[in-house]
Design a protein around this ligand. Structure first.
Ligand code: AMP
Ligand code: ZN
Ligand code: FE
Ligand code: FE
Length: 274
């Protein structure tokens, strides 16, 4: 029996979480996790600084991020693990997303302004690298245009709603290729959330290395399908909480996790490819 637990999916203030990377590491240690990966949206800004703090605290970490991508017009989140954060392919991917988000946020603010809800661009600036719809929702709330974050997504900026803008897509295939070029592993995040299920067959034909089978918000019976697919393909079965801090308070760090063998697959991959 081992008590090793590693949470492979969480967000810091570098994207839309409310804990700083240092606070995430401290919280992971406090709740008894042995391994952690911070997977901010479209940035690896939390790294490499946290590695030093984690290693002093006896917490194992590998690099990670959750990249936004598009496959056949469906939004697909791709988790990248154990890649070289300073590799040109990753730097280029992060830069592409920075530009995409800047353009997209400008388009969303224009639509909101046209709908009578102007926001100053400074009001959605994030302390970290990645700014997106959660920051816009917060600014709408602070201005009093809406009464809850959920209302912002439901009524204005959720997928397909009147003030939403998609931005230039980055394909899932290109995302996987960039992660591979940087020596990393590419994993399908929360497959349970894919809305247009007819795209799943072609998605599964892409050269992924793993699939996120264990995800706190879904019951075990939903895991079974993805576990079977991973076993068939010889893919790594990953898992994590998708912790965001105070903005999603019912979902704590460590709510989903993997064992030491799975964490070692990620860590060993880095040793072999760096
Ligand atoms: P973006 O990356 O800018 O497209 O924003 C998407 C992010 O918004 C997701 O990763 C979620 O964290 C968050 N999100 C999506 N829908 C909702 C919702 N209904 N309420 C709160 N947050 C949401
Ligand atoms: Zn998020
Ligand atoms: Fe996600
Ligand atoms: Fe996430």
């Amino acid at each position: 029996m081992t008590s090793f637990r590693a949470d492979l999916h969480c967000h810091s203030t570098c994207s839309d979480g409310t804990f700083t990377p240092a606070e995430l590491v401290a919280h992971a240690v406090k709740i008894g996790l042995s391994g952690l990966v911070i997977t901010d949206h479209d940035t690896t800004e939390a790294y490499p600084e946290v590695f030093q703090q984690a290693s002093e605290a006896g917490l194992r970490m590998v690099s990670g991020a959750e990249f936004s991508s598009t496959h056949e017009q469906e939004s697909i989140h791709v988790l990248g693990y154990s890649y070289r954060i300073d590799h040109p392919a990753i730097i280029a991917l992060v830069e592409k997303h920075k530009q995409r988000r800047h353009n997209r946020n400008t388009a969303i603010l224009k639509k909101l302004s046209d709908a009578g809800m102007p926001l100053a661009p400074e009001s959605i600036e994030n302390v970290g690298h990645t700014t997106g719809r959660p920051h816009i929702a917060k600014a709408l709330l602070e201005k009093g245009y809406i009464t809850s974050i959920d209302e912002a997504f439901r009524t204005y900026i959720g997928d397909g709603k009147p003030c939403h803008a998609r931005g230039e897509p980055v394909t899932t295939a290109h995302t996987i290729e960039s992660i591979h070029q940087a020596g990393g592993l590419a994993v399908i995040a929360h497959p349970h959330l894919i809305k247009r299920t007819h795209i799943i067959d072609s998605l599964l034909a892409l050269p992924f290395d793993g699939i996120e089978c264990y995800y706190a918000r879904f019951p075990p019976r939903q895991e079974k399908r993805w576990i079977e697919i991973a076993d068939q393909k010889g893919w790594i079965k990953t898992g994590g909480s998708d912790f965001h801090g105070a903005v999603k308070p019912d979902n704590d760090l460590g709510n989903s996790w993997v064992n030491e063998d799975t964490f070692n697959l990620l860590a060993a991959h880095y040793s072999r490819h760096s």
